[in-house]
Design a protein. Structure first.
Length: 195
């Protein structure tokens, strides 16, 4: 695995290398141009142009270019070496980290169950943080007669049910509300109405 810092360093090296290469090309083409101009001027017996003249301590443009190219080349070699070292380090860390087995997503999900919000509880047990004892627990569920059961009972009476089937909503869990309890402190956490 490539460390982020190393990656940033690599990018900086790449950028500086790219800059050096571009600048060197620029300088080299300028030098070629100056040399050609110098030759032309000499052949035609012109007096020395400003870029060739040496004023006391000042360097001519050609010499300045030569110097800059020299500095850039040195820096380029330095950077290339640093880059090689960096990539070899990266290879080593990559090969060493490859031996460490990473847990798969499945393993992770089995060890750290998804904690749901109390209000997001459904009709099946889920992992929540108990609001009373603050523990992370898997809820215990119980089915309670709620308004759904009563509603269905009235509805079946209205439809002319007389054989006792109007009482079915009170016995079938499917029509009851789901109540979540904390297995630790046994308090009621949340009730999920059927409708
Ligand atoms: Zn609790």
């Amino acid at each position: 695995m490539v460390h982020e810092e190393d990656q940033v360093e690599m990018d900086q090296v790449e950028m500086e290398l790219w800059y050096i290469i571009t600048r060197k090309q620029q300088l080299q083409s300028r030098r070629t141009l100056l040399l050609e101009l110098q030759g032309f001027l000499k052949n035609n017996n012109f007096r020395e142009a400003s870029f060739m003249r040496k004023d006391d301590q000042e360097l001519s443009e050609l010499e300045q270019i030569e110097q800059e190219i020299q500095i850039l080349s040195e820096r380029e070699t330095e950077l290339r070496n640093a880059k090689e070292q960096q990539s070899s380090i990266t290879e080593i860390t990559e090969s060493s980290s490859a031996t460490v087995q990473k847990p798969t997503d499945e393993e992770l999900s089995s060890t750290t169950p998804e904690v749901v919000e109390v209000v997001d509880l459904s009709f099946s047990p889920a992992t929540v943080q108990c609001p009373t004892c603050q523990q992370q627990v898997i809820t215990e569920i119980q089915h309670k007669v709620g308004k759904t059961s009563f509603l269905l009972c009235y509805l079946s009476i209205l439809l002319g049910c007389v054989g006792g089937c109007c009482l079915l909503p009170f016995f079938l869990n499917y029509f009851k509300d789901t109540c979540h309890f904390c297995p630790s402190c046994h308090t009621e956490i949340h009730t999920v109405p059927r409708i």
